[in-house]
Design a binder for this molecule. Structure first.
Ligand SMILES: [Zn+2]
Length: 239
């Protein structure tokens, strides 16, 4: 008989999906195993032991039993990012991040860097005065990590430093001066700074540029994007 195994992992919970009468399927990202899917048996029963712990956007120490299927047998909160869950705008930003992670993090491969970036982003989204900034930073940094980053410092046409009004050519992932090539998405200075990083201002054009890049690479619309656009619309006057 093959010995059954227990393992405890630091994991960020991204989604908790009801299954059957009382169970849930928990989707998470861990440093050691990347994207992880496991059963939480009886989680929807009224006095479920882990009910308060297994919630989206919670960093937990997850104890998993690897048998025929993966079952969560224990969980302790490491960081609940509480301020995030009490604020709709912050929550929409976190939901977009979760959607991206579920789409790009492979299962059973280490994902230390992705987890580090994501946890830092959620901490900042919970804590900072302007949660759009950590969202923009993590959208950009994850693109970079996946090899989908954009060179927002050098003009793709003349090779000189980018300044002023520029254009992003999505399918090439390149940026040019407006005077060199006027093709693609128009970027203002704040949007250019958003793409170049690490200093980021609250730019809605920058958000749109990053979202378009993600949608192009994922080859589908981002479900959480309309809610994010609506939540941050109040910044339009300042953009
Ligand atoms: Zn140029």
């Amino acid at each position: 008989m093959r010995p059954e195994r227990e393992e405890t992992l630091g994991a960020l919970i991204l989604a908790v999906r009801p299954q059957g009468e009382a169970d849930c399927r928990v989707e998470a990202v861990s440093a050691e195993r990347g994207r992880l899917s496991a059963w939480a048996r009886g989680l929807r029963r009224p006095r479920a032991k882990l009910g308060g712990v297994l919630q989206p956007f919670t960093l937990v120490a997850l104890t998993i039993h690897h048998g025929k299927s993966r079952v969560i047998i224990g969980a302790e909160t490491l960081d609940g990012f509480r301020a995030l869950k009490e604020d709709y705008v912050r929550l929409t930003a976190a939901a977009l991040l979760a959607e991206l992670l579920l789409a790009v993090v492979p299962a059973d491969e280490p994902a230390e860097e992705v987890l580090g970036l994501s946890v830092a982003a959620l901490s900042a989204m919970a804590r900072d005065a302007e949660p759009l900034l950590p969202l923009l930073a993590v959208l950009r940094d994850l693109l970079q990590l996946l090899g989908w980053g954009v060179d927002a410092e050098t003009c793709a046409v003349c090779g000189e430093r980018l300044t002023g009004d520029c254009y992003l050519k999505l399918e090439e992932g390149t940026v040019s001066h407006g005077r060199c090539r006027r093709q693609g998405m128009a970027l203002d200075a704040a949007a250019l700074a958003t793409l170049a990083g690490p200093e980021t201002g609250p730019s809605l054009v920058g958000l749109e540029a990053l979202a378009q890049l993600w949608q192009m690479h994922l080859e589908r619309p981002l479900k959480s994007l309309p809610a994010v656009r609506a939540a941050f619309r109040h910044l339009l006057a300042a953009d």
